[in-house]
Ligand binder design. Structure first.
Ligand SMILES: Nc1nc2c(ncn2[C@@H]2O[C@H](COP(=O)(O)OP(=O)(O)OP(=O)(O)O)[C@@H](O)[C@H]2O)c(=O)[nH]1
Ligand SMILES: [Mg+2]
Length: 303
């Protein structure tokens, strides 16, 4: 299935919770009543677009109604959303100097860190069959987490650097960077996802990043936060804490298929201005893809 079709299918709940109600109010309309303006704001806020942004989008739309052009208001809203997402995309790229591309992957429990690593690595493997890929099992809190990453490493053909369960995550990262300096290619560091309210998770991540820096002579290339789209606005405060700790370079928004709150894409970008690098709409490798604002709007607004 083409990505746009997967994305469209994955955004089904958001379409029925957000785009379709918007369509019922706006299709074929040139003017809006006060009541309709209120309804629009409500639908956007329900869809997790964020209150401030919802109000701005609707204001822009009601300005539009005062102009006498022939534009459909639903198209104008789609344009408004696309405009808001300008700059939000940033493609994932490997370093071109032969040195390893080091990717630190963080996020709270169960957001999809480990499977995201597997999916990105599977894409890289497909593009470049002989690319050296290393996984670092720096989530040492659970033995099962190390095993899970090991299974993916076998399937994809990645080297796995691991220590004993309960070991020091930074020591794993150190050994993994050491390995990747020799092999080149891509290194993905899987980390534990304890609740963000626990200070020690952030300290741990900072320590991992410091350790990478010491061994590598520079910081990691990407520090990605994996956010579960079903957590909605809560994801923003999560992201702020991680950003404070490790200066995120990108966000991966998973599980868009499980929520009607796909509007969160807008709220997250509006609040954080951290690029949305990948979005996930399911469990298969092909369900993770580079984010494109153009495709996102197309998947939401066209059938
Ligand atoms: N529906 C759906 N499921 C997803 C998506 N991304 C990940 N998952 C599932 O979410 C579950 C948790 O994924 P993991 O990758 O183990 O999450 P994690 O962040 O590593 O979890 P911990 O190591 O426990 O912190 C798995 O069953 C994944 O298949 C997505 O985009 N859509
Ligand atoms: Mg994991």
């Amino acid at each position: 299935m083409a990505w746009i079709d997967r994305l469209r299918a994955g955004l089904k709940k958001t379409r029925s919770g957000l785009t379709e109600p918007l369509g019922r109010i706006l299709t074929g309309r040139k003017t809006l009543t006060d009541e309709e303006i209120e309804q629009l704001e409500e639908v956007l806020i329900q869809g997790d677009v964020g209150t401030g942004l919802a109000i701005e989008l609707v204001e822009q739309l009601s300005d539009e109604t005062r102009r006498s052009d022939d534009r459909d208001l639903l198209d104008s809203l789609a344009d408004g959303i696309r405009d808001r997402l300008a700059g939000c995309e940033r493609p994932f790229a490997l370093r071109d100097d032969g040195g390893p591309t080091v990717v630190l992957v963080a996020g709270v429990n169960g957001t999809g860190k480990t499977t995201t690593i597997a999916k990105i690595a599977a894409h890289l493997r497909e593009q470049t069959p002989d690319l050296p890929i290393t996984f670092a099992a720096a989530d040492t809190f659970r033995a099962a987490a190390i095993d899970q990453l090991g299974i993916w490493a076998d399937r994809i053909g990645a080297d796995l650097i691991k220590h004993r369960p309960g070991g020091d995550p930074s020591a794993v990262a150190f050994d993994a960077v050491d390995h990747a300096i020799r092999t080149g290619g891509a290194l993905f560091i899987d980390t534990a996802g304890r609740l963000q309210t626990k200070h020690n998770l952030m300290e741990e991540l900072k320590k991992i990043e410091r350790t990478v820096g010491k061994k590598l002579g520079r910081g990691s290339d990407e520090r990605l936060l994996v956010l579960d789209a079903t957590t909605g606005q809560n994801g923003i405060s999560q992201a702020e804490r991680f950003h404070d700790a490790i200066d995120l370079t990108g966000i991966v928004l998973t599980k868009l298929d499980g929520t009607a709150k796909g509007g969160g894409v807008l709220a997250i970008w509006d609040a954080l201005r951290i690029p949305l690098m990948f979005v996930g709409v399911g469990e298969a490798a092909d369900d993770l893809h580079a984010f494109s604002a153009e495709e996102f709007v197309e998947a939401l607004f066209t059938t």
